[in-house]
Ligand binder design. Structure first.
Ligand SMILES: [Zn+2]
Length: 516
């Protein structure tokens, strides 16, 4: 059996002014040829790595691997057409080279928006389907934060999303996808249940480590253990996507259409039912600084500036916290990070030990405050470090040229671009030991929690401006119908479960028989 693997993965942020063009993808990720995919992912804890390990395991003895392009980059503004054209032309060539294919496995994020298409994944799968026909089984893995449309689920056979947040099951998700696709190839039949859930909540308001969302995931896992389900994915659509009809989603696979219907319905009800408990608890920057100023703990207060998280597509160029600290809380010893290439280069020009005036922040996002400071250049760096954060341990991170500039009692790590946002090494590698400060700014949503657990005192989510603001009502949606929570709050939301039979189609018949 011939199976082709490919990757096209980015989380879009409609509110981000960062242009996700080919140069951005190459600088902040990779755009690999088909011939490079295997070496890149074979031993990686990635979805493709998980797919490869299943497909190369003894139980899949008759599988022959083929490869397509592998494109990945960190979150940014809507992707430009040149990237889609580049990916598609390489994929088309790989499909033509592979001749007959039994299956295609794609690693997506699930929330990719382009300047032309709101649902790039559905568009890509539609075009792939056109090329390979109905008998080829198409499976995709995605992030938990994907936007899963009916159109996407209609054109695919198998879809599996991460079941953890922070995401620590990337490889396992790829493995689940590959196993389900292999079962279809081996002649098994099962049923998919899909329910669109009309809600969109801040990514900072839940985790699978504790709380109601964890309970929901645990309940779904029990459905798998008891045999009611083959697989499930519960999507919390990431809220910085301005598209026509947004929705969160439940996708399940079961042996019978009844179980697919019942389980998807139960999980969707429970997800929608917890919406009021998933409100981000935001605090003003001043209130958090006040806590840091009066804290008696010897551990730093963490100010979570997720609105400016480059993990969620923001440029990381906001000086909003520095602005408040400089003017109102000069006594607070703090560490923060700002992406500002010109300021980093100016610090290099000035040299270590000099005091200069710098303009910091507001270089990309017009919402980000820009501040003028007198700063002392403490240290200069090449900007590289080795990640220790969960899910990316050991990977090389490069911020571009970086400098630590001291402004009053604040150490500002100024760099070209921020990456590894939630990793404590992001500061430590540049001589900033978090424990020496009253307040530390972390520009991440939830990914920081594991790494900061042992060193942090209290953590507060800031109501700060930015492309990834947690206060969704503050974002300027223009395309969305906003017929979802928190804009609409229906006690009894209609969440019909759509059912599809999943089986290998022979010849050119209809792929999906709509049951019920
Ligand atoms: Zn995610």
């Amino acid at each position: 059996m011939r199976v082709l693997l490919t990757e096209f993965r980015q989380e879009s942020n409609s509110f981000s002014p960062v242009e996700s063009d080919l140069r951005f993808w190459q600088l902040n990720g990779w755009t690999l040829e088909a011939s490079e995919l295997y070496a890149k992912h074979k031993s990686e804890e990635s979805a493709l790595g998980g797919m490869i390990s299943v497909l190369e395991s003894p139980e899949s003895f008759n599988v022959e691997l083929r490869f397509g392009p592998a494109f990945y980059t960190q979150s940014g503004g809507p992707v430009t057409q040149d990237v889609i054209d580049a990916y598609w032309s390489k994929l088309k060539a790989a499909l033509a080279d592979a001749e007959h294919l039994d299956a295609i496995l794609i690693s997506f994020h699930g929330a990719l928006q382009s300047q032309r298409f709101d649902d790039v994944e559905a568009e890509i799968v539609r075009q792939v389907r056109e090329k390979v026909g109905d008998s080829c089984v198409i499976g995709a893995s995605t992030d938990l934060h994907g936007y899963i449309s009916e159109r996407l689920i209609d054109s695919l056979d198998v879809l599996c999303g991460y079941q953890t947040y922070p995401h620590v099951d990337l490889a396992e998700t790829g493995a689940r996808t590959a196993r389900l696709v292999l079962s279809v190839l081996n002649g098994e039949e099962f049923h998919c249940g899909y329910a669109a859930v009309p809600m969109m909540v801040s990514a900072a308001s839940y985790t699978t480590n504790s709380g109601p969302f964890k309970e929901l995931i645990t309940r779904a896992q029990a459905m798998v253990v008891s045999g009611r389900l083959r697989d499930f994915s519960i999507y919390q659509m990431q809220p910085w996507l301005d598209i026509d009809h947004p929705n969160s989603t439940v996708v399940v696979y079961a042996a019978t259409s009844d179980e697919a219907q019942n389980c998807a319905g139960e999980l969707a009800d429970e997800l929608y039912g917890m919406r009021h408990d998933l409100t981000a608890d935001v605090h003003t920057i001043s209130a958090i600084a006040e806590r840091a100023a009066s804290s008696e703990s010897h551990k730093p207060v963490i100010l979570v500036d997720s609105a400016d998280s480059s993990n969620a597509g923001a440029p990381g160029d906001s000086a909003a916290v520095l602005d408040v600290l400089m003017h109102d809380y000069p006594q607070v010893r703090a560490a923060t990070i700002i992406a500002d290439p010109a300021a980093a280069d100016a610090a290099f020009a000035a040299g270590i030990g000099s005091t200069e005036s710098f303009s910091l922040g507001g270089t990309v996002d017009p919402r980000a405050p820009r501040v003028q400071v007198h700063g002392f250049v403490r240290s200069l760096h090449d900007g590289t470090f080795i990640a220790q954060g969960v899910g990316s341990v050991g990977s090389d991170i490069d911020l571009g040229r970086a400098a630590v500039i001291r402004v009053g009692n604040v150490d500002v790590l100024v760099c070209h671009a921020i990456s590894g946002n939630g990793d404590p090494q992001l500061y430590r590698a540049f001589g900033i030991d978090q424990q020496m400060y009253d307040l530390v700014v972390v520009k991440a949503n939830t990914s920081y929690k594991a790494g900061y657990e042992s060193i942090a005192g209290e953590s507060y989510l800031a109501d700060s401006p930015g492309a990834a603001a947690s206060n969704l009502l503050s974002l300027n949606f223009t395309k969305s119908n906003l017929a979802v929570y928190p804009w609409v709050d229906d006690e009894i939301a209609k969440m019909p479960v759509l059912l599809r039979k999943v089986s290998r189609k022979v010849g050119h018949g209809h792929r999906h028989n709509r049951a019920n």
